[in-house]
Design a protein around this ligand. Sequence first.
Ligand SMILES: NC(=O)c1ccc[n+]([C@@H]2O[C@H](COP(=O)([O-])OP(=O)(O)OC[C@H]3O[C@@H](n4cnc5c(N)ncnc54)[C@H](O)[C@@H]3O)[C@@H](O)[C@H]2O)c1
Length: 596
Amino acid sequence: MARDFSTVGVVGLGTMGAGIVEVFARNGIDVVAVEISEPALERGRATLAGSTDRAVAKGKLAAADRDALHERVHFAVGLDALHSVDLVIEAVPEHLDLKQRIFAELDRVCRPETILATNTSSLSVTEISVATSRPNQVIGIHFFNPAPVMKLVEVVRTVVTSPEVVADVEALCARLGKVDVTINDRAGFIANALLFGYLNHAVGMFEAHYATREDIDAAMKLGCGLPMGPLALMDLIGLDTAYEILDTMYRRGGRDRRHAPVPLLKQMVTAGLLGRKSGRGFYTYERPGSPVVVPDEATPPATDGGLADGARAIAKVGVVGSGTMATGIIEVFAKAGYEVVSVTRGMEKSAKVCEAVKTSLNKGVVRGKLTEADRDGALGRISWSATLDHLADVDLVVEAVVEELSVKKALFASLDEICKPGVVLATTTSSLPVIDVAMATHRPADVVGLHFFNPAPVMPLVEVVRTIRTSPEATATARAVCATLGKTGVVCGDRSGFIVNALLFPYLNDAVKMLEASYSTADDIDHAMKLGCGYPMGPFELLDVVGLDVSLAIQRELYLELREPGFAPAPLLEHLVTAGYLGRKTRRGFRDHSHR
Ligand SMILES: NC(=O)c1ccc[n+]([C@@H]2O[C@H](COP(=O)([O-])OP(=O)(O)OC[C@H]3O[C@@H](n4cnc5c(N)ncnc54)[C@H](O)[C@@H]3O)[C@@H](O)[C@H]2O)c1
């Protein structure tokens, strides 16, 4: 029979502890909430009150239920108050010696049958457990931030945790309305092992001035549908906590350089910039603990819809190419009111592209997103051509031809001869160095990357790639154009994968390596990322959609350019591609799609 948890203790009421108290109290369980000092206890009480008041204000909790919830929580300083609870969850800072001391003390204070759990993100639960005389009753219960919202709990069993304790804790998670994945004791478990390399990489991009904080965050939100960008997430986690997690993962997880905390992190922690909880981290907040970002000296100036930073006026746009991307881009520009010259390699291809644009615009009309007049207006603005000479008077050219450097270079050399001076020449390449294309012209200052996402009419993000030769005016023009298309243009340097692919694909590759190591299943890994981190799709779902061959090609390029050993493609990914299991398009990838 499952154990009855009627009273639980929570030690440490910081970012996580206060949320964990709320989870239990909301579910009718009495909580003894413990802190190290009266002021810390007050802060914990205030965090809990703030959170439940917000829930009431949003209509998610009745005022009477909030009051009942608070009545179930008993606050105390010191561990002695935990003498008769059934379970303790520890959520103090991520230091092994501190946790071991607390567990030794809990072992002394608590009844012999009490389960002792840690919320550690990266430390060894086993090492914590041996500080007690009951390692078989020690377990990891890893909640996600914010605990009341995120559905996932990682239940971490060590080699000595008793199966009954695991079963009891699993049943408790279900009672709390959480989804649990039960796993062995390994640094970072599932979610953090996949998340923190990505977060650290994003901090590295910011530190290297590769892109601004706003652009890095916007790229991942808009390009991947994540609930928040990596730097905003670091602020939510707390930079001190994030630093400790990375540091432990680096030491425990095979000294993967990607987990060695970026130096900037340590500097920010030392300077007291801990994220939301201290009111300042990568962003500045209204006050400590507030989620509201306020402008600071790094906030980009608002442009009020005018042309910023010497951006050039654009009225007529040439689009070269006849594939999926070119077709989408033609539609996007025409809908936004630009005159568009489409150039393909022959009138037959032009006719096909024209048909595809018409079909897509008609769909917009059927779905009520576009009026018939808008559709006709957009079509009327497009002229169809099979010769580059028609680009002599355009203000911007967007090239979206085949992903081959020699082809693109030849095209840019021709554009250089045909186009008038001052034109911005853009390539949509997703993997070739933009500078190679730029140097095929005599005007590299006017060449940028405009990396649209597929499908272009839908995806709200465009990466604006500036090379070391691109002029600020050309970059500003490209960015301003994105805004007129109703898209967010994020500016970044000319490196493999730009922002989105460079941050996304190593994470996907890591998930494959985790599966390959048999640490967990594809289903549990997908669950962990969706329910623990709010990802719209799990890594294996996404890999099957993107295509394993495409993913492998991108990962190979990242590896070749950055020479980062951790970026080496997962052998399992290579084998699946060799076997022809490419994802949904071949009806089989990580999963079998033949019956769907
Ligand atoms: N922040 C996250 O997003 C997150 C997510 C999941 C798990 N975790 C893990 O949860 C744990 C806590 O992290 P956090 O971010 O909430 O830290 P935090 O710094 O926000 O809070 C820690 C709290 O512990 C208290 N404390 C310190 N020593 C204590 C003692 N001896 N007795 C009682 N209380 C004590 C502190 O006063 C503080 O309020 C860490 O192990 C962390 O890895 C954090």
